[in-house]
Design a protein around this ligand. Sequence first.
Ligand SMILES: [Zn+2]
Length: 83
Amino acid sequence: MGSSPFKVIEGGAAAKPKRPRKTKESVLWECRFCEVDIGVRTRQLIKVRTHARQDGKLKITGGDDIWVCAFCMTRGKMTPVTA
Ligand SMILES: [Zn+2]
């Protein structure tokens, strides 16, 4: 067993790799799907309710709001930009 894949580190644990810090800076959202399709990065979003439910009185309840590119939708595509 001379060639173990594990390396013994003397004097404690190895230093944890630093995770990049999250920044509060915001950048302008642009649709990269539109850039591919029509050559322009559009910047318009619309909110869409997904997975909604309907009760016995035909009232819509529940579901999740997602943001979708408005221009993709006019071309018949659903491009959710939020999970
Ligand atoms: Zn788009």
